[in-house]
Design a protein around this ligand. Structure first.
Ligand code: HAM
Length: 428
C-alpha cells in the first residue's frame, strides 16, 4: 500500500461533528459584531514580510522565530500572516479608509506561527480580531472590553475568564523606563536565566513576562512602568478604569502585563482562564496609536483585540453552553429504484416548505434494515420511508427513531406533520 500523507505538525483538520461547534461559535461572534456595528474586512493570508517586521517588531519572538517566510517566484520575501492587526492597518492605509474617519472593523480566519505545538498552541490557528480606528479616548477601549465581556456572557463563560489590564504609557515614557529596567537587570545579571539574559538589551520588557519561578522575586522587585508614566497616559488609564467601574466590569491591574508585540502603547489587556493549562490567554489586545503612521498612513489612533478560536471553542466545550451537533432532523429511506426520483422530488418539496429542516436522503440503495441502520447512525429524530407501494399510493411512512408509533401519511401532509413535530416554521 502507498504511504499515507500526514497533515503538517501543529496544523489540524477540524472534522464533523466538531465543525458544528465551530459554526455555532462563529455564528455567535458574527451576531456580536453586528450588535456593536462593526464591519467585516477580509485580508489576504500572505503579505510582504516587511509589513510584519515593521509593525510587530524586528526583535520579537513572532518575527525572529515564528514566521512562515518564503521567497515567491519573483524573488519577493512573503510571509503567512502571524496575526491580523498589521494586515488590517495595511489595508486601511492602502484604501484610504482610516484618515479622519472612525472605522470599526473585524476579521476572522487562520493565522500561522511556527511555535512549539502543545494544547492550545498550534502552527495554524484561528482568530477573530476587532480593530477600532480614529478614536483617542478611553471610551473605545471600554467598548471593546465590553464586547468581549458580552461574548463570555453569551457563551456561558462569564465565570471562567477574568480581565487583566495594564498601561504601557507613551513610546517616550517607555524609552525612559526601558533604561531603568536595563540598569536594574544588568545589576542583577547573574540571577537572570539564559532567555532573560538574551532579552536584556534586545527587548528587556519581555523579561517581566518570564514564567520561570526562580526569577519571580527579581521580576517583582523590578522598577515599575507605572512609576514612569506620562501624564496623558496616566489620565487615559484612570479614565478607562473609572469607565469599567461604572459599567460593572471586573478587572485586575497587572503591572507585569507587557504583551509580545511592539506596536502597543497605553492600554493593554488580556482575558485569561485557569482551565486551559499553560495557554490560558483567550483574548488579548490593546491600543496602538502609532502603528498607522509607522506603516505610512496619517497618524490615527487605534485599539483592538483578538480571540484565539481554538482556545475559545475548547473552553465552550468544557464550561459553556451545549453546542448543537448538527444532526439531520430527518432521514429519508428510499426502497427500490422507483422510489429514487420520487423521493428526491419529495425531499426538494420538503426543503422548499421547511427552510429550517435538516434532511438527509438515503443514497446508495440498500434494504430496509441497512437504511434504518444508517438513519439511526445519522442521529435523525425521524425516518421517512418511501417504497414502491407508497409511491403508487401517494403516501409516506413516518417512523420516530427515538421512541413512538410509526404513522402512514398522505404525501402532501408530510411537511405539516414535520413542521408540528419539529416546531419548524413552514412556508407551505
Ligand atoms: P496575540 O496575543 O499574539 O495578539 O494573539 C491573540 C490571541 O490569539 C491569543 O490570546 C491566543 O488566544 C491566540 N493565539 C495566539 N497564538 C496562538 C497559537 N499559536 N495557537 C493558538 N492560539 C493562539 C495578536 O495577535 C494581536 N493582533 C491582537 C490585537 C488585535 N491587538 C490589537 N488588535
Amino acid at each position: 500500500m502507498a504511504k499515507t500523507v500526514q497533515s503538517i505538525r501543529g496544523m489540524h483538520d477540524i472534522l464533523p461533528p466538531e465543525t458544528a461547534a465551530w459554526q455555532f461559535v462563529e455564528g455567535r461572534l458574527r451576531e456580536l459584531m453586528e450588535a456593536y456595528a462593526y464591519h467585516e474586512i477580509r485580508m489576504p493570508l500572505v503579505e510582504q514580510t516587511g509589513l510584519f517586521a515593521r509593525s510587530i517588531g524586528e526583535v520579537t519572538d513572532i518575527v525572529e522565530k515564528e514566521m512562515y517566510t518564503f521567497e515567491d517566484r519573483n524573488g519577493d520575501s512573503l510571509s503567512l500572516r502571524p496575526e491580523g492587526t498589521a494586515s488590517c492597518v495595511r489595508a486601511g492605509v492602502e484604501h484610504g479608509i482610516l484618515h479622519n474617519q472612525q472605522q470599526r472593523l473585524w476579521y476572522m480566519g487562520p493565522m500561522f506561527r511556527h511555535e512549539r505545538p502543545q494544547k492550545g498552541r498550534y502552527r495554524q490557528f484561528h482568530q477573530i480580531g476587532v480593530e477600532a480606528f480614529g478614536m483617542t479616548g478611553p471610551d473605545v477601549d471600554a467598548e471593546i472590553i465590553l464586547m468581549a465581556a458580552r461574548l463570555w456572557q453569551r457563551l456561558g463563560l462569564a465565570d471562567e475568564v477574568r480581565l487583566e489590564i495594564n498601561t504601557l504609557g507613551s513610546a517616550e515614557a517607555r524609552a525612559v523606563y526601558r533604561r531603568h529596567l536595563v540598569d536594574y537587570f544588568a545589576y542583577h545579571e547573574s540571577q537572570l536565566d539564559d532567555e532573560s539574559r538574551e532579552r536584556l538589551h534586545r527587548n528587556p520588557m519581555r523579561i517581566l513576562d518570564s514564567k520561570n519561578p526562580d526569577m519571580q522575586d527579581l521580576v517583582e522587585g523590578a522598577p515599575r512602568l507605572a512609576d514612569h508614566l506620562d501624564t496623558e497616559s496616566r489620565e487615559h488609564f484612570d479614565g478607562l478604569l473609572a469607565l469599567l467601574d461604572a459599567l460593572g466590569v471586573d478587572y485586575r491591574v497587572n503591572h507585569r502585563l507587557v504583551r509580545g508585540l511592539d506596536y502597543y502603547n497605553r492600554t493593554v489587556f488580556e482575558w485569561v482562564t485557569d482551565h486551559l493549562g499553560a495557554q490560558g490567554t483567550v483574548c488579548a489586545g490593546g491600543r496602538y496609536d502609532g502603528l498607522v503612521r509607522q506603516l505610512g498612513g496619517r497618524a490615527t489612533p487605534a485599539a483592538g483585540f483578538a480571540i484565539g478560536l481554538e482556545r475559545l471553542i475548547s473552553l465552550v466545550a468544557e464550561h459553556g453552553f451545549d453546542t448543537p451537533a448538527g444532526e439531520p432532523h430527518c432521514y429519508l429511506g428510499l426502497l427500490g429504484e422507483e422510489a429514487v426520483a420520487s423521493g428526491h422530488r419529495l425531499a426538494e418539496g420538503l426543503r422548499d416548505a421547511l427552510p429550517g429542516l435538516r434532511l438527509q436522503v438515503n443514497c446508495g440503495g440498500g434494504g430496509m434494515k441497512a437504511q434504518m441502520k444508517r438513519a439511526d447512525k445519522s442521529g435523525a429524530e425521524f425516518a421517512l420511508i418511501l417504497g414502491a407501494d407508497e409511491v403508487r399510493e401517494g403516501r409516506v411512512t413516518l417512523k420516530p427513531l427515538r421512541g413512538g408509533e410509526q404513522v402512514n401519511l398522505a404525501r402532501d401532509a408530510v411537511a405539516n406533520e414535520l413542521a408540528t413535530r419539529l416546531q419548524l416554521e413552514s412556508k407551505a
